[in-house]
Design a protein around this ligand. Structure first.
Ligand code: ZN
Length: 335
């Protein structure tokens, strides 16, 4: 689809260039230049000039391109002129919305709404904790909400520019007397709401699995949300949302790691630490490659475990965590 559109556009450009050259060279027998004929502009075909919504698919899915135009139309209204909506034929466009970032509010329902609407923090959607059928929209999808903060994933940063923020009402965690964090569970009704909402977003914007992330994935040194009780595996299994590793690949990597005794004998070897940090970076995290188990690296490992190995989020790189990381790098390589 994209190729054919591209060729059409290219053809149009060549034709218009050729006709301009002929115009300049037109002369009379006496050598006088004839007046230029009026430039003929080929207008794009107007398929739809009204209505609030449009949809045109010029995406190349094989290139992870999400150039599907879909959404509300916001147009200029210049004084004395009319903006003609041409069904948006330009191939040189894509969506601002390329990520979905999941959060918990660490507040109850009432405080979540007041904070996200009356302070300088916001999200496009807020999923309450009630067993009703409502999801609140607080910011237009075409606009930026302030939810990600300083953030990074793969080659992208400042993800407020390119993401849709989904906040979930959840009180976060409490610390017990031993310093262990006890996270609040997500009710079943709430998970179903989140799943339906995120499914709709990833479908409309062609958001790839690698770009459905938790706040802790894109800001691991600052954030813990949505925490280890957010059911990423279930979203992957039941709704085909986000990333998850294949069990057989994980087992293969685990066997390799256990055979080479990498972790047991080399755990504090700077070269081993360097390799692990490089793999975290290769997957997408903004880990410092310092060759030591510094605080930021431990926080990144914890963020990874929250998402992909939630039964034990020690922040220590063990054999299973490393095997899962390697299985994910293999399944979701950076392009
Ligand atoms: Zn957050």
């Amino acid at each position: 689809m994209r190729n054919s559109l591209y060729l059409t556009t290219l053809g149009l450009i060549i034709i218009s260039c050729g006709s301009q050259q002929k115009t300049v060279q037109r002369k009379t027998a006496a050598g006088n230049t004839l007046p230029k004929p009026a430039v003929q502009v080929k207008k794009p075909e107007i398929k739809q000039d009204d209505g609030e919504y449009y949809r045109v698919n010029i995406a190349d899915i094989t290139k992870n391109d999400n150039t599907v135009s879909y959404g509300s139309i916001v147009s200029a209204n210049p004084a004395g002129y009319k903006v003609t909506k041409t069904y948006f034929p330009s191939i040189g466009q894509n969506f601002r919305q390329r990520y979905i970032i999941i959060h918990y509010t660490a507040l109850d329902d009432a405080k979540s709404i007041s904070t996200l609407t009356q302070q300088s923090v916001s999200a496009h959607y807020l999923v309450n904790s009630l067993p009703d059928k409502e999801i609140y929209q607080l910011v237009d999808e075409n606009k930026r909400a302030y939810h990600a903060g300083i953030s990074f994933w793969r080659r992208d940063q400042q993800l407020n520019d390119t993401s849709i923020g989904v906040e979930i009402v959840n009180t976060g965690y409490k610390v017990d007397s031993t310093g262990y964090r006890i996270f609040a569970p997500y009710p079943e009704d709430q998970i179903k709401k989140v799943a339906a909402l995120v499914k709709d977003l990833v479908t409309r914007y062609n958001i790839p699995p690698t770009n459905v992330l938790g706040h802790s994935d894109i800001a691991p040194t600052r954030k813990q949300d949505p925490g280890p009780l957010f059911p990423w595996k279930r979203l992957y299994d039941e709704y085909q949302i986000g990333m998850w590793y294949d069990e057989t690949a994980k087992q293969t990597f685990l066997n390799q790691i256990l055979t080479t005794n990498d972790i047991t004998f080399q755990y504090n070897n700077p070269e081993f630490v360097f390799r692990v940090q490089q793999q975290l970076v290769q997957f997408g995290y903004a880990t410092p490659v310092s060759s030591v188990w510094d605080k930021a690296t431990k926080q990144t490992i914890e963020a990874f475990q929250f998402h992909f190995r939630p039964t034990n989020y020690s922040g220590i790189m063990d054999a299973e965590t490393l095997a899962i990381l390697q299985a994910l790098i293999q399944k979701y390589p950076q392009k």
